[in-house]
Design a protein around this ligand. Sequence first.
Ligand SMILES: *[C@@H]1O[C@H](CO)[C@@H](O)[C@H](O)[C@H]1NC(C)=O
Ligand SMILES: *[C@@H]1O[C@H](CO)[C@@H](O)[C@H](O)[C@H]1NC(C)=O
Ligand SMILES: [Cu+2]
Length: 175
Amino acid sequence: MGTKALILITVALTMLGTALGASRTVDAPDGSWDLQTNYSQWVSRIKLTTGDELKFQYSAAVHSVVEVSKTGYDSCNGSSPIATFPTGNDVVPLANVGTRYFICGVSGHCDAGMKVEVNVKSKEVRTVQRCRRIGNRRWCQSEKVLSSAAAASIEQSTVARFGLIVVAAGLTLLF
Ligand SMILES: *[C@@H]1O[C@H](CO)[C@@H](O)[C@H](O)[C@H]1NC(C)=O
Ligand SMILES: *[C@@H]1O[C@H](CO)[C@@H](O)[C@H](O)[C@H]1NC(C)=O
Ligand SMILES: [Cu+2]
């Protein structure tokens, strides 16, 4: 009995885990990591929270991605990189709250605008109350919903909610 409950809890936590992160491709859906994009404009339209990831897709023969400090970003100087991502299909996990700075490492490209600064925020936890009338009684249920950045946030919060329900079921079995 206890084992069953533990398995359920594990399944639920795994589901929550997959519900937590969203993937953002830089300048998707219209563009990619290139010289044509106004990245401050792109970044103003998206929201990134911890657990999300940033994807850079580009031709590795033409560009690169270098993560730098604010100083390196402001001066387009990639000579002391925090990290370099050279493959053309680079995934950068955004584990922590804070600002991250990325520039293209190819000479002149950062100065031409190939630089992006992203602000990673903490995930919000909202409490949603749903009420339903059956006969002359009102049944209310409150749920904690983890909201994520993705456009698919509705599906994600649904998955998260389902995960929480399974956790609750698991705990009921356990005690
Ligand atoms: C990029 O977009 C921002 C906000 O719309 C604007 O203020 C800025 O001038 C643009 N930069 C370039 C290089 O076009
Ligand atoms: C770039 O930064 C390094 C140290 O991080 C510094 O030694 C170098 O002078 C800088 N280059 C330019 C062109 O400012
Ligand atoms: Cu470039």
